[in-house]
Design a protein around this ligand. Structure first.
Ligand code: FES
Length: 112
């Protein structure tokens, strides 16, 4: 059974071309993050498929310098924003765990 949708933030709180991290529900140690591309949003569990650590070295820093790819700070794995697949690094071919996300009336909601 999938988790119910819960409100994360207002859409405009995520900069276009940027990303924002969120803690999990109460009692959860693992968080998630949302990447915004224009009007679209993509969300993943904040856990690298390589060894399972959070990707962001400092809060909300999930993307490379150009803002094109998701980066894991631990060993430099890079993931496509659109599908979370690792395209370079030690877990090449693995994928970030997707989280269902939607924007409703300007509010970002996720099943997490
Ligand atoms: S933990 Fe992410 S690349 Fe190693």
């Amino acid at each position: 059974m999938s988790a119910p949708m819960r409100a994360l933030c207002r859409f405009e709180e995520i900069p276009d071309g940027g990303a924002k991290g969120f803690s999990g529900p109460p009692g959860s140690f693992i968080g998630m993050f949302v990447v915004r591309r224009g009007e679209r949003v993509f969300a993943y569990v904040n856990s690298c498929p390589h060894v399972g650590v959070p990707l962001d070295p400092v809060p909300d820093r999930f993307l490379d310098r150009k803002g094109e790819l998701i980066v894991c700070s631990a060993h430099g794995a890079r993931f496509r924003v659109e599908d979370g697949e690792c395209i370079s690094g030690p877990c090449m071919g693995d994928v970030l765990e997707p989280v269902a996300v939607e924007v409703v009336e300007g509010e970002v909601r996720a099943a997490f």
